[in-house]
Design a protein around this ligand. Structure first.
Ligand code: MYA
Ligand code: JJ1
Length: 388
């Protein structure tokens, strides 16, 4: 059934429920001297390239490949449209390796037609903090699909990750592969219901008019929590403490230090937004919320070309209720003119989704680990990891 994935050190469907298999690495690391020194062979017309995303010309090529060929919904109405600045942020965290940003070009024309990336991360699985790669942005040009290029890209990124002495990875996909550690659902909260309906992202509910719908999704003009403000550089130590404490509750979660928090959570215009609650009395930082910006191209609509979407990222509520905190997040997203606020049913998110008028989407997101077995699947609520 899975000619490629059956050859890889990942949980296999036939082993589901086999409680004799131990948790942890599926195969041991090999000596670095035994890692292949040469890249995998590509079909003769193609060649490898390492992408320096800091170079404007390369960033533009990657941006164009993804804008035209990356992930779509099941009815091909929308396609993810990651911005160049977002890609730079996603691909250059602390300790990143340029060699893990891999492209495939057509030899004759030098056109970029394939891409895959890894970035380093420490991920905790139960008690163990494991050095991993987060693999993302796997893309093959639409005209070159089903030629088994994806397995070559995956093997090549694996080889280059092994060369840095890293033997595990985490990744997500909309498709089912051997075998998910968790299967999560997307939920959507309308901020601009008229546009969402006009472009076919959502539908007018039964017995609903447009004006009733607009009223249903109305939000306050500004956040209601006293002390709610944008995160700043000086907040990094407090935010790191808050997040580390909160993430310790989940079975799988990133192990974030202050450098990670600075990179992943300090606000960047139109890339990542973070807010916190500073107690007006004690000046203590008690709550935190964040979202990242990932627009989608609207395919085949004459009135609109992009859907502005915010995606829930990491949130921590200790003093404010998670419900009120997330309502404030929705409120700032509305102020910033996002059309929709998306969230997965990970962490404690289920506790606010229905109350805050999110509705279930038609998309699922499956989470995977490479070369690490987790004996049973986990519930989305046990997952403390959000990938971009
Ligand atoms: S998920 C986002 C993936 N990208 C897209 O969906 C964009 C639009 N689609 C495309 O560009 C192509 O359809 C892709 C497949 C490139 C996805 N993850 O070349 P093929 C398997 C893993 O003939 P194509 C993300 O970025 C498929 O089951 N495998 O197919 C995370 C089959 O294998 P098998 C996938 O359609 C990526 C084989 O590929 C995926 O032309 C994590 C067919 O290859 C998928 N999303 O190209 C990657 N889709 O026969 C794994 C299909 O066995 C990382 N396939 O079923 C693993 C960790 C590596 C590092 C390890 C370090 C230690
Ligand atoms: O965005 C998604 N679905 C939307 C649009 C559906 C259009 C027709 N297929 C959706 N809309 C309903 C919203 C409605 C708002 C009011 C309340 C009720 C609900 O459901 C879906 C997610 O649901 N997105 C996708 O399918 C995109 C691909 C998701 C897989 C991602 C793979 C990730 C790559 C790894 O990094």
């Amino acid at each position: 059934r899975h000619r490629f994935w059956e050859t890889q050190p990942v949980g296999q469907f036939k082993d589901l429920g086999d409680s004799s298999l131990p948790e942890g690495p599926i195969e041991p690391p090999t000596l670095l001297s035994e890692v292949k020194k040469e890249p995998y062979n590509l079909p003769a017309l193609y060649e490898w390239t390492t992408c320096d995303i800091d170079e404007d010309a390369t960033a533009a090529e990657v941006y164009n490949l993804l804008t035209n060929n990356y992930v779509e919904d099941d009815e091909n109405m929308f396609r993810f449209n990651y911005s160049k600045e977002f890609l730079r942020w996603a691909l250059r965290p602390p300790g990143y390796f340029k060699s893990w940003h891999i492209g495939v070009r057509v030899k004759a024309s030098k056109k970029l037609v394939g891409f895959i990336t890894g970035v380093p991360a420490r991920i905790r699985v139960r008690q163990d903090v494991v050095r991993m790669a987060e693999v993302n942005f796997l893309c093959v040009h639409k005209k070159l699909r089903s030629k088994r290029l994806a397995p070559v890209l995956i093997k090549e990124v694996t080889r280059r990750i092994h060369l840095e002495d890293i033997w595990q990875a985490a990744y997500t996909a909309g498709v089912v592969l051997p075998t998910p550690i968790a299967t999560c659902q997307y939920w959507h909260r309308s901020l601009n219901p008229k546009k969402l309906i006009d472009v076919g992202f959502s539908r007018l509910g039964a017995r609903m008019t447009m004006s009733r719908t607009i009223r249903l999704y109305k939000l306050p003009a500004s956040p209601v929590t006293p002390g709610f403000r944008k995160m700043e550089l000086r907040d990094i130590p407090a935010v790191t403490r808050l997040l580390r404490e909160d993430l310790s509750r989940f079975v799988v979660a990133p192990d974030l230090d202050e450098l990670d928090v600075e990179h992943w959570l300090l606000p960047r215009e139109a890339v990542v937004d973070s807010f916190l609650v500073e107690s007006p009395e004690t000046h203590e930082i008690t709550d935190f919320c964040s979202f990242y910006t990932l627009p989608s191209s609207i395919l085949n609509n004459s009135n609109y070309s992009t859907l502005k979407a915010a995606y829930s990222y990491y949130n921590v509520a200790t003093k404010t209720s998670l419900l009120q905190l997330m309502n404030d997040a929705l409120t700032v997203a509305k102020q910033k003119e996002y059309d929709v606020f998306n969230a997965l049913d990970v962490m404690e998110n289920e506790s606010f989704l229905k109350e805050l008028k999110f509705g279930p989407g038609d998309g699922m997101l499956h989470y995977y680990l490479y070369n690490y077995r987790l004996r049973n699947g986990m519930k989305p609520s046990e997952l403390g990891l959000v990938l971009l």
